[in-house]
Design a protein around this ligand. Structure first.
Ligand SMILES: C[S@@+](CC[C@H](N)C(=O)[O-])C[C@H]1O[C@@H](n2cnc3c(N)ncnc32)[C@H](O)[C@@H]1O
Length: 389
């Protein structure tokens, strides 16, 4: 038995509040019209800040109380229990049940180390250590229809949620190459789930002061995104209705991203990144149609006679030339899998980081030019970047 004076100390030894996921206070001593029957507590993101949401179930009404100060949460749980509850189940770095007897003394049972403290309600998100958690409410994800009001990812947005998390992992990987107040441009941002996620990651999770501008051809989408940015109070996020090809900027931009920008729009995004000497360029190409119409090669005539194989080969060749061109412009470049093939065939990411020790190599330029000559092609990436080789 643990006395009421010692219980808080004991609880603090067992629960690290940074890993708190949720708790349920139940089994009231007194029942009455105005008394809560149950209280749920969960960690959520509200108005861009992490906080603890207490949900009180009183009769048929549900009321919420949001508390930002993590230092008082365990104390508040103990004090609520002392007032009127016999039980509290807590899930954090340890999971445990706190029981209070009639004398007001406590017992802690079922202490178990949580093997995965990111435990989430959706089975297939359980095992992953996602940056954004299924089950942890984030207001802009709710407003975009990705989560419900309990923070649970809705079933038809599961893929989107995984894609967002995968993208955030990629940002985490390149973050060290960017200043704290980086300026980022998202080219072909579309509905901008990933742009909002990027803003959330840098400015809310990482507490940086990153500015992001999104560009897209669709006027209504741009308007909608600007309205959402205002609604979410994302002050350094703005959208512009402009063709990537016409963007004219000479200010310091640190990162360019282009995710699924169609066909040669990807080439313009990469060109823009090189022209502005960006530290990082991330691009997930799609609809690589350009080379399909140009490509010819006697040695590969068999493969190129099958439409579907010609299409795939043209796409792969397009992206390998983009990656090579970036290398020739002084970037360390990799091609990595953006998201598992089962989710989308558009799963290749070109990741380029400025190589500060780069020296030009004439042989590499010659090899690149030989390759395009051998396939009888004149790709946009070459036309745009050859002066930077
Ligand atoms: C498939 S959506 C991708 C949206 C978002 N980046 C994502 O990955 O979820 C491609 C977007 O690129 C935009 N786009 C295509 N070509 C463009 C160009 N030349 N300039 C600006 N936007 C362009 C389209 O309007 C469209 O919204």
């Amino acid at each position: 038995m643990i006395t009421k004076d010692n219980i808080l100390q004991k609880l603090k030894e067992l629960i690290n509040i940074d890993y708190f996921s949720k708790a349920i206070i139940s089994n009231p001593i007194k029942k009455g019209e105005n008394l809560p029957k149950k209280i749920d507590i969960k960690k959520i993101i509200l108005k861009n800040k992490p906080c603890f949401q207490f949900t009180y179930y009183i009769d048929k009404k549900v009321t919420h109380e949001n508390i930002e100060d993590s230092n008082i949460i365990l104390e508040k749980i103990v004090s609520i229990m002392k007032e009127n509850f016999k039980q509290c189940d807590i899930l954090a770095d340890n999971s445990l049940t706190l029981l209070m007897n009639k004398k007001g003394d406590f017992k802690i049972t079922g202490i178990k180390k949580s093997t995965n403290i990111d435990i989430a309600p959706q089975a297939h998100n359980k095992a992953k250590n996602y940056i954004l958690k299924d089950g942890e409410y984030i207001d802009w994800l709710y407003k975009l229809g990705v989560m419900d009001k309990n923070g649970v990812v809705v079933s038809h947005k599961q893929k989107k949620f995984r894609q967002i998390n995968k993208f955030l992992e990629m940002l985490k990987d390149v973050e060290e190459n960017l200043p704290k107040n980086a300026k980022i441009i998202d080219m072909g941002c579309g509905k901008s789930y990933l742009t909002f996620a990027m803003y959330h990651y840098f400015n809310i999770i990482k507490n940086k002061n990153v500015t992001i501008n999104g560009y897209d051809l669709k006027k209504d989408v741009v308007e909608h995104c600007n309205n959402l940015a205002k609604e979410f109070n994302f002050k350094n996020l703005q959208f512009f209705n402009e063709d990537i090809q016409n963007i004219d900027k000479d200010e310091n931009i640190h990162m360019i991203i282009s995710l699924h920008a169609c066909d040669t729009a990807t080439d313009y995004a990469i060109y823009f990144g090189v022209k502005l000497n960006c530290d990082v360029i991330l691009s997930v190409p799609c609809c690589q149609h350009e080379l399909f119409k140009q490509i010819k090669n006697e040695n590969l005539s068999s493969m190129l006679s099958y439409g579907i194989l010609k299409e795939r080969f043209s796409s792969l060749l397009t992206d390998s030339l983009r990656a090579d061109a970036l290398k020739l412009c002084g970037y360390k470049t990799n091609i990595i899998e953006f998201i598992d093939m089962e989710h989308t065939p558009k799963n290749i990411m070109i990741k380029a980081i400025k190589n500060k020790n780069f020296t030009k190599n004439a042989k590499n330029i010659e090899d690149f030019e030989k390759l395009i000559y051998n396939f009888n092609i004149n790709p946009t990436i070459y036309k745009l970047l050859k002066d930077y080789f």
